[in-house]
Design a protein around this ligand. Sequence first.
Ligand code: HEC
Ligand code: HEC
Length: 390
Amino acid sequence: MLRPCLFALFLIYSQFLASCGGRNSGEPTAAGALSPAAQLGKLIFQDTSLSASNAMSCASCHDPQIGHAWPDANEAVASGGPGLNVKGLRTPPALNYLKFNGGFKFDTDGTPMGGFFWDGRANTLAEQAKGPFLGPAEMANNSPAEVIEKLRRAPYADQFQKVFGANIFDDPNTAFERVAYALERYQVEDPVFAPFNSKFDAVMQGKEVFTPQELRGFVLFNRADKGNCAACHASTKPDNAPGALFTDFTYDSLGVPRNLEIPQNGVANFYDKGLCGPERLDLSQRTDLCGAFKVPSLRNVEKRKRFFHNGKFTTLKEVVDFYVTRDTNPTDWYKDIAGLFDFLFNDLPAGERQNVNVKEGPYNRTGQTPALDEDERLDLIAFLKTLNDR
Ligand code: HEC
Ligand code: HEC
C-alpha cells in the first residue's frame, strides 16, 4: 500500500541484461532433505484423521497442486465442522511463499504489515497452524487434547515420539505446540512452498524470454500510470528472498464487493472488516483500518479458483476488470440481491467507506476512462500467467 513504483524501466533493462546472459541471481535453493520435524509436518498436513469429520486436513483447503490455494471454484468459502456443513467466513488463501513474511507490525510510517491470515492476527506460521484444528468451520476439534488423542492413533505416532520425546503425549498442550512447530517447519523447509521455478524466474535468470505480449503485460503491471500493480504486489526481489514475491505483505482496503454467498453476509449489519475485526480483536478501535486485508502474493495466481478475501471473483479477467473499472463504472460492481446498483463499497458500513483506496492507480479514475483498455488487460493477464510455478 502506498508504495510508489518506479521500477518499470529498470525491469525492462534487467530483462535485456538477462537475455544477454549478464544476470544470474535468484537461483532456487536445491531441494534439501527435510528435518525430522518438517517430515512430521508433511504427514500432519495431509492427515484427515485429525479432524472432527475425519475427512478434512490442511490440504483439503490448501491444495498442493495449485500453490496450496483453495481448490473449489463452486464455493467462495470452505465448509468444515463435524459434518462438513459449517461454512467459513473467508476464502482459504494460497500458502506458497509465505515463509518470507514476518510477524505483524506497524512500519515506521504507520503502515500495517506482516502477520498471517487475511488480517495478520497470527504472528508466526506455528501460531497460525493451531487455529484450523480448533476452528468450528474447519477441523473443529474441541481442544488441543482431542487433537493429540487422535494423533496418538496415527501411523506416525512413533515417529512423533522419536522426534519430540517418548513422553510427549503425557502433556497434550506441549504436544500440540510441537504439532504447530512441525507444520511451520514443513512450510518453511519444503521447496514445494517456494520453488521459484516460474517462467518469470527463468526470464529473470536469463534462461528464457517473455513473449511480446507478456513483456507488454509486465510493463503495464509496473507502470504507476497503468496497472500500478507492483505498488503493492512488488515485482522486484526483496533482500530476504531469491526472487520477487509479488506482495509487500502490507494491507489495503480495495472495496471488494460484498459476497452474498457467505452466510454471515446474509445478516444486514454484519461486515467482515479485516484488520479491525471481527476475527481480529486488538485493532477494533482503529476504524481507519476497517476494510483492509493483507496483500496476497500473485505467484500462482492464475491457478486460483476464487479471488480476494471473500472469494467474490472466479476469474482473473473479472479481477482485472474490477481493478480498472471499479471507479469508472461502479454500477457494474456494487449490486444488491436483485442485481441492481446498490451503493459504492457495499461491503463496509457508512462511515468506513472512506477508507477504501481511491488515491492510487489503477483505481483513482472516477469520471475518467479505465487505466487499461481491453487489449492491455489481456496483456496483463498473459504476464500474470508467467508467475505460475512449474
Ligand atoms: C476448512 C478449510 C481450512 C483448513 C482445513 C485449513 N485452513 Fe488454513 N486457512 C483457511 C482460511 C479460510 C484461512 C484464512 C482465514 C482468515 O484470514 O481469517 C486460512 C489461512 C491459513 C494460513 C495463513 C495464510 C496467510 O496468508 O497468512 C496458513 C499458513 C494456513 N491457513 C495453514 C493451514 C494449516 C497448516 C492447516 C492445517 C492445520 C490449515 N491451514 C487448515 C482455511 C483452512
Ligand atoms: C494499493 C495496493 C494494491 C494495488 C495497487 C493492487 N493490488 Fe491486488 N491486492 C491488494 C490487496 C490488499 C488484495 C487483497 C484484498 C482483499 O482480499 O480484500 C489484493 C488482491 C489481489 C488479487 C487476488 C489474489 C488472491 O489470492 O485472492 C489479485 C489477482 C490481484 N490483487 C491482482 C492485482 C493486479 C493485477 C493489480 C494491478 C492492476 C493489483 N492487484 C493492484 C492490493 C493491491
